[in-house]
Design a protein around this ligand. Sequence first.
Ligand code: SAH
Length: 399
Amino acid sequence: MKTIQLREGKERSLQRRHPWVFSGSVAKGGGDAGETVRVVGHDGGFLAWGAFSPASSIRVRAWSFDAAQRIDAAFFLQRLQRAIALRSRMGIASDGQRLVHGEADGLPGLVVDRYGDVLTLQFGSAGTERWRDTIADALLQATGLHRLYERSDASVRALEGLPERTGWLRGEGEGEGEGDTAITITEHGWQLGLDVALGHKTGYYLDQRDNRHHFARLVRQLGCRTVLNCYSYTGGFSVAALAGGAQQVTSVDSSAPALALARDNLRRNGHDDAAHAFVDADVNAYLRQCLQDSRQFDAIVLDPPKFAPTAAHAERAARAYKDINRLALKLLAPGGLLLTFSCSGGVSADLFHKIVAGAGIDAGVNAAILQRLEGAPDHPTTLEFPEGEYLKGLALLRC
Ligand code: SAH
């Protein structure tokens, strides 16, 4: 077993069970990509077992802080079972669930989503890549499912020196059609279609599940009739708006395939085509157009893509967030509702609040915070790993 020794004073992070060792903290030692290494402090004392990643600035990701732990097939099975058991206690109202959320589940770099009877996984670190087959087999054992689709095409793979890879890993051809990747899940009683091969991420934005539900409730409570869903993707918030009693919903996205799925999803839930419009456009340009046309909406959702992947991008992202929020606040009818989000890890909840506050001042609009929003519980943030927190939002009521 190879040993990685840390520089003096760099032990604290692992001692606090934070799973990352940055390259600058390593005094000596190395290994192959994904190889299990023993990490010790400056004094030679054991700190963690981890996976070495020669290409990444996160040089080691810890598997375990227990000196007696063996990193083997039984270890992965046990971690997967623990993650799945946690979800089963969360009362998740959907058969679309994130079963494994990387570091938060003690499996750094691994993402597993379940959509009905199909599992998707993403190996986002050299360590998970090395144990790919072991993890796949353990996952089938832990879930009792057979079909497993790999979506290792996230940009983080490049940082780990890993190529993109997608396709069936287990159970190809066992679906309804040969190699069928289109699936329908039931979220809060709504039927939602997605495609695990063609969709964003692993097919769907599971992290917004509870916020879609809140939105349906608020639309009903406030009697919102006209709704603008910006960055709609496959129309999750649009389905929610109509379920909440909205009369006219407009979904805006720059992805034509996502809008096509959104149309299917609204039909699937029995909504009349006349109740919604789909706009293939850049949201910023569309909001400006609406303002020019003096349009107003009773409720608006802003759920943009990640403008700031890391804190280094925060400043430019802040301007982009402020701009769309300013426009949206201006388009809100008096008493209207804005649900606004940021999924940028580099923008904290506190900073996001400040950005939206600035947008309100520029728009000349005052609003009350009805609710602070976050990601669904199956994307947990743990005590030891606050970096895991990424999705934050505000439900605002125009005064
Ligand atoms: N709210 C959605 C998820 C949104 S993800 C849900 O609940 O499922 C972000 C979406 O923004 C993606 O669908 C992407 O296609 C879209 N997008 C990214 N940049 C855009 C832009 N400039 N204008 C319009 N849509 C954009």
